[in-house]
Design a protein around this ligand. Structure first.
Ligand SMILES: Nc1nc2c(ncn2[C@@H]2O[C@H](COP(=O)(O)OP(=O)(O)O)[C@@H](OP(=O)(O)OP(=O)(O)O)[C@H]2O)c(=O)[nH]1
Ligand SMILES: [Mn+2]
Length: 179
């Protein structure tokens, strides 16, 4: 087995252990780890991304935001670059939700190319997930608001990966949302 495969297995295992008790918000309570794995897969399979540090960051992208994982812990385990990409895509959960959402729109254009790739794939996965089924407790209005907000974030990520951006654009168009 080549060394990249070994590294990716180590990374996906770390993420799976960190997210072990978490479930998605869908009525089936899908294991949360399906999301980071799916985000990494969108990057490799649809986005043509081969940069292993981007694929690792995708696998780890919600560990700091949603589990007890710290950035120094990621740096020790996976190196500076991976830790920095995850940091760039991590919201400050201490802030009120509206402020977090506003900051994503504001910060998106200033992220590194590697972080922009992870953000594009994260949004693509979550929007497809919303089309697949509505999270428990969400109204149709809340789903539509998520599309409108995501379009504002993706607008600031343009010029990063045409394939992923086209797929996002199609989803916005289906919802009648302008980017
Ligand atoms: N569509 C969908 N999303 C789910 C589901 N379960 C969990 N999520 C997560 O919920 C987040 C979106 O829900 P919000 O209410 O907007 O955000 P919040 O969880 O931070 O409060 C996403 O977080 P995120 O990945 O950190 O991305 P972001 O939206 O914060 O950028 C997404 O991954 C599900 O079943 N469907
Ligand atoms: Mn995510």
């Amino acid at each position: 087995m080549n060394s990249d495969s070994v590294i990716l297995l180590e990374t996906v295992n770390f993420a799976a252990e960190k997210h072990r008790n978490q479930r998605r918000k869908d009525p089936d309570g899908t294991p949360y780890i399906n999301h980071p794995i799916g985000v990494a897969r969108i990057l490799s399979h649809e986005g043509g991304v081969t940069d292993i540090e981007v694929l690792q960051a995708a696998l780890l992208h919600d560990t700091v935001e949603d589990t007890d994982t710290s950035i120094p812990e990621l740096e020790a385990a996976f190196g500076q670059t991976v830790a920095r990409i995850v940091q760039e895509v991590t919201d400050d959960k201490a802030l009120p939700k509206q402020e977090r959402k506003r900051l994503q729109v504001e910060h998106a254009p200033h992220c590194s190319h590697q972080a922009k790739l992870v953000k594009l794939a994260d949004k693509l996965y979550n929007l497809r997930d919303l089309n697949r089924c509505t999270p428990t407790g969400w109204t149709e209005e809340r789903v539509q608001e998520y599309f409108v907000w995501a379009a504002q974030v993706v607008k600031g990520l343009r010029g990063t990966n045409p394939t992923l951006e086209d797929k996002l654009q199609q989803l916005f168009k289906q919802r009648g949302v302008e980017m």
